[in-house]
Design a protein around this ligand. Structure first.
Ligand code: FNR
Length: 347
């Protein structure tokens, strides 16, 4: 059996049931989370033959940072429940594979400690109602060496999880979350997500931090265009791993429309959600993504084997992608074009 496919079950044995459920679950009825992987697997390839594939190179750059593999780690929370060293362990694993990690603004590790790892990291930000909190968090991230700001835009309110019994919130301890919340006597309302955002926030973030801004949670071409027009350096086609509006379309379906709108612009396209195999990555790159992000598999790998598990996950996916590229008749992802794919979605 493929090692990556063993990870979730192995992680489940090491995690409290409520934490395992928190990592794996989607929102509401769980439709989007359950469709994500199958949507990538529904694509069919039209491989090229009689092309020299004796040397293949899968390295690329993401916002100018070189990566050995076009697979980055998506921002997520509660890393300390998977490994005592939390985000630092995840970052070290990512660094050893020469990739990039997204760090949640809810992370349980300080930006200074992350910066000390030397691993390239992008801050994921939720803008909260009290902008002072967000501003101070942004300043700390810049200080800690964040190379980009990932603005999550699919979360004006947090998606409803239909839990029964013990939940992760019953187990969460100080230090598991919000290590970068600035000191202050904040009320709950200060910390609620800002639900009045518009594209101007992209320019505001870029100006405040001096960093490129990547908008995460885009599922439509028209929204991608609004982001690009407002100065976004990138967009991540994402439905938040099926954790926000349930029934949102699979990212495998959303990607072509977004990539088409942004083709020929300087705004880079990324995608996440249900990407589990080299074939899925091949499809994403052919449809216009510069790189993909993975979420849950990194949490499982961290739980099962710490930093080295995360490195193995990324290098195994790199090996699979290399293999798939050769079979498809290509030497480099930049040569891929959408005609490699046929679509099976009914529009
Ligand atoms: C997430 N995700 C997420 N996204 C974000 O922008 N900020 C966050 O704090 C979190 N937290 C989070 C926690 C957990 C447990 C999961 C599973 C996910 C979403 C994440 O960045 C990404 O979009 C999805 O996980 C990608 O889908 P896959 O690869 O998990 O299928």
């Amino acid at each position: 059996m493929r090692w990556i496919d063993t990870l979730e079950a192995a992680a489940a044995e090491n995690l409290p049931e409520a934490v395992h459920r928190y990592f794996r679950q989607g929102s509401a009825g769980g439709i989007s989370v359950s469709e994500a992987v199958a949507a990538w697997s529904a694509y069919r390839f039209r491989p090229r033959v009689l092309n020299d594939v004796s040397t293949v190179e899968i390295g690329t750059t993401a916002l100018g940072t070189p990566v050995d593999v076009p697979v980055l780690v998506a921002p997520s929370t509660m890393h300390r429940m998977a490994d005592p060293d939390g985000e630092v362990a995840m970052a070290k694993g990512v660094g050893a594979a020469n990739s990039i990690i997204g760090i949640s603004s809810n992370a349980g590790t300080t930006f200074a400690d992350l910066g000390a790892t030397g691993v390239p990291w992008w801050l994921q930000i939720y803008i909260v109602r009290n902008r002072q909190i967000t501003e101070r968090m942004l300043d700390a991230a810049v200080e800690g060496g964040a190379r980009a700001v990932v603005l999550t835009v699919d979360t004006p309110v947090v998606g409803r999880k239909e839990d029964v019994g013990e939940t992760v919130w019953d187990l969460v301890q100080p230090g598991h979350l919000l290590a970068n919340l600035p000191k202050g006597d904040w009320a709950e309302a200060d910390l609620a997500k800002a639900d009045d955002l518009n594209p101007d926030v992209i320019g505001w973030l870029a100006e405040r931090t001096g960093l490129p801004v990547v908008v995460k949670g885009v599922l439509r071409g028209d929204d991608a265009k609004r982001c690009a027009d407002a100065g976004a350096a990138g967009v991540i086609v994402s439905n938040h791993g099926g954790r926000q509006l349930d029934g949102s379309i699979p990212t495998a379906q959303a990607l072509p429309e977004v990539a088409e709108v942004l083709a020929g612009t300087s705004t880079e396209v990324y995608v996440d959600g249900g990407i589990r195999r080299g074939e899925h990555i091949l499809a994403a790159l052919a449809l216009g993504a510069r790189a993909v992000f993975i979420g849950r598999p990194a949490l499982w790998a961290l739980t099962v084997a710490g930093s080295s598990g995360v490195t193995r996950l990324l290098t195994d996916l790199a090996t699979e992608l290399d293999h798939c590229l050769r079979l498809a008749g290509y030497r480099h992802p930049t040569a891929l074009t959408p005609d490699l794919i046929t679509r099976r979605f009914a529009d």
